[in-house]
Design a protein around this ligand. Sequence first.
Ligand code: ADP
Length: 332
Amino acid sequence: MLLTSPAFFSQGLFDDLPVGVVVLDRFDRIHYWNQTMAELTGITPHQAEGELIFRWFPELESVALNARIPFYRPDHPIVLRVHRRVVPQGQILTFQTDEPPSLDPKQADFVSLVSHELRTPLTSIKGFVDTLLRSRQQLSEEQQVHFLSIIKNQADRLTRLVEDLLVMSKMQSGSLRDVSEGIPIAQILERTLENLAQKVLGHTIVWQLAPNLPKVWADRDRLEQIFTNLLDNACKYSTVGSTVTISGQVVEGNFLTVAIADQGIGINPSAVSQIFERFCRIDREPTIDIATIGLGLYITKSLVESLGGQIEVESEAGVGSTFTVWLPINRP
Ligand code: ADP
């Protein structure tokens, strides 16, 4: 049965998916609109089918394959994350809400923020697993692999979130191990890069460590976590093929600074002050599609300060960012 044949969709297979599914014909006319899409937009399949998609989503005439686009519901405007897949008979679009938590993270109840962060990937995992269990026979192998890869990505996201929360709670309860000693910084940076091998693979790493750097007084695990977060971000927020520069020098006699500079998307000046806050979300161009949790820099800053150091950032949107960590050379 053809993927976009009416019979395929009339079976209601896609109605229970946790994402909105829309199928367009070659002339951008809506051929299928699932129930989730109706719940997201308030527009029923009956109203939508047969209409041009641009009637409700004019942005789709110009945006890339994956984008975030606004949708003005009568009750409140929402932002939808849309993925488009072009098939011989037209296009298959999936829509998901992409609303940042509306509460100020500083005042928000922490438990409700965490619940929100846990629920989003869990809902998605449950929906796709249900669909696979119920309708595996009717799905092509390609569709099954696609659903499984979404499940894996969401599970990875959950793992990262839980790991970040564990570090945070250990920091807050004072039970995070601290075995400080004199540590050669180059050794830690090299180990961190080895562990991140998959993620840094496509980037050129340039070393600019001053010769004969003294050791820093710090805990090995905390240092590794700090540089893992910064190097991971440097690669995540820049394009494959760009350069990440790691430089190190002694400053003011007592501190060693390590700067990690990328040539990535940068940060708007108005957002720079928020990035070290819990669950920080920055409004990005709709074409930038990166899954974020927003705990990495909060943890990084807390860890740096726990070692008696400081972290600062210089960034320019579209040019790149440099995060500089100041670490004490002597026991504080
Ligand atoms: P996450 O772990 O979800 O990426 P972080 O706390 O590490 O969150 O970062 C907070 C926000 O700061 C990110 O959502 C991103 O917008 C911004 N950010 C962090 N590092 C960089 C970077 N190197 N370049 C551009 N933006 C960055």
